[in-house]
Design a protein around this ligand. Structure first.
Ligand code: ADP
Ligand code: SR1
Ligand code: MG
Ligand code: MG
Length: 418
């Protein structure tokens, strides 16, 4: 037995746990006599089980006290399960179409029971590697980001309510510190877990560590990440945190959830789409040059930002006379002034998103935790060529982010890198 009633489960012991847990048994239609249990966790941190009965299904996710992809030499708080369950519930309330329901949460066991997102849903990153187009992805992700970020911000809430929530999520400190390390620090120094496609990118990694301008900018982004309690963000919104079909989009895995800068979520999504774009040449073959697919990715990036902008400002206009205390109606009471305030807010958010998105691209190329988009390119020389383009693109956008006036200019910059 481990501390506080915790014990790590496996496929066999999970069955006994389910039989003793009414909420989980109910999700299986009460038919717990013959269960199929399969561990399917392919993420970096946790264990995930799909459980099926004749009459229902459930996914059970358990956090063990270490980082799965490294092992028990890197301990990590199991409390991440509490913040994941809390964020799933809060984001699910605000955006039920795009977040799986939580059926059961056991804090002592660091265990969540949630809706099984059934096939043909797959992880978006896998769809991007396979070259599948998703016509509703931009619309759905814009909706998810606009609703979760707007309704947890001071544009909608009083400062009293906001600060109580900020205090609650301040407890997710260890996960925030993990991000501070692997996104904002390790790629810019010699660090134990850094890796890159060597020897091809040896000089590129060294150049990142020697780039003073880049280091000044990453320090600014790190400060914003730590200091700006703007909204309840997902905190890990890359393309492996999205499961989808052509008509359904579901966001999973918000264990890094806390009150942070909105641009960290928006940037994670856009930056990971840009990584997918630069990986496409490595997936091209004689039957498919991936040119049309690259265009689709760029169109999706453009639509995602533009739709997010429209929906977010639409929510702001709809609720401008509500409880939100950031822009009091008594002060911002003429349409021209409100419109100016919105323009400034959205421009700052755009530049934050470009900065954070670029930082998240860089860490996937020269830090720990690489992405399947590139890792699945077998030819190391070709992989390095794709990665170098993505790295050069990210460095330029991160440094020059304040010069971009619209997403179309960002797309033009991405296209200019060959
Ligand atoms: P980690 O925190 O370790 O990254 P994830 O939450 O990303 O774990 O889940 C790992 C994998 O488990 C996902 O890539 C997906 O294949 C599967 N998975 C997670 N949640 C669900 C769900 N609700 N329904 C179906 N599959 C899921
Ligand atoms: C040890 S870093 C592991 C990474 O995987 C998670 O999904 C986060 O992105 C984290 O940075
Ligand atoms: Mg994950
Ligand atoms: Mg995770």
């Amino acid at each position: 037995a481990e501390e506080g009633g915790f014990r790590p489960l496996d496929e066999a012991s999970l069955v006994a746990y389910i039989r003793a847990t009414p909420a989980l048994a109910a999700s299986l239609g009460g038919r717990v006599d013959a269960l199929t249990v399969k561990e399917v966790g392919d993420g970096n941190l946790n264990f995930v089980y799909i459980v099926l009965s004749d009459a229902g299904s459930v996914v059970v996710k358990q956090a063990l006290p270490y980082i799965r992809c490294v092992g028990d030499s890197w301990p990590m708080t199991r409390e991440r399960a509490y913040f994941e369950a809390s964020t799933l519930q809060e984001h699910g309330r605000l955006c039920p179409d795009h977040v799986p329901e939580v059926y059961h949460f056991d804090r002592a066991m660091s265990l969540i029971g949630m809706r099984y997102i059934k096939p043909p849903h797959i992880i978006l990153r896998k769809g991007l590697v396979a070259g599948v187009q998703y016509p509703l992805l931009a619309e759905h992700m814009a909706e998810y980001m606009a609703r979760t970020l707007f309704f947890t911000s001071l544009l909608y809430n009083s400062t009293t309510d906001h600060k109580a929530k900020v205090a609650q999520y301040c407890g997710n400190i260890e996960m925030c510190r993990l991000t501070e390390q692997v996104v904002f620090s390790d790629p810019y120094m010699v660090a134990k877990y850094n890796r890159w496609t060597s020897p091809f990118l040896d000089e590129d990694a060294e150049a990142v560590r020697g780039d003073d301008e880049l280091k000044l900018e990453i320090a600014e982004l790190k400060s914003i990440f730590i200091e700006r309690a703007q909204a309840l963000i997902h905190g890990d919104l890359h393309t492996s945190s999205i499961m989808l079909t052509t008509d359904s989009t579901q966001v999973i895995d918000p264990e890094f959830g806390f009150y942070g800068p909105m641009g960290y979520d928006v940037g994670a999504f856009l930056g990971n789409l840009i990584l997918a774009y630069f990986a496409q040449d490595g997936h091209a073959d004689q039957t498919n040059d991936r040119k049309a697919y690259k265009e689709w990715i760029l169109k999706t990036i453009e639509e995602s930002w533009n739709l997010f902008h429209k929906k977010f400002v639409g929510l702001w206009n709809k609720h401008k006379d509500g409880n939100g205390e950031a822009y009091l109606p008594a002060i911002y009471n003429n349409p021209e002034l409100l419109s100016l305030a919105q323009k400034k807010y959205m421009t700052d958010l755009f530049h934050d998103s470009l900065g954070f998105g670029s930082a998240k691209m860089i860490r996937r190329i020269v830090g720990i935790a690489h992405v399947e988009d590139f890792e699945s390119i077998e030819d190391a020389s070709m992989r390095a060529t794709c990665e170098r383009r993505a790295l050069d693109c990210a460095k330029a956008i991160l440094k020059g982010r304040r010069q971009f006036e619209g997403i179309e200019q960002v797309i033009a910059h991405v296209q200019s890198i060959t």
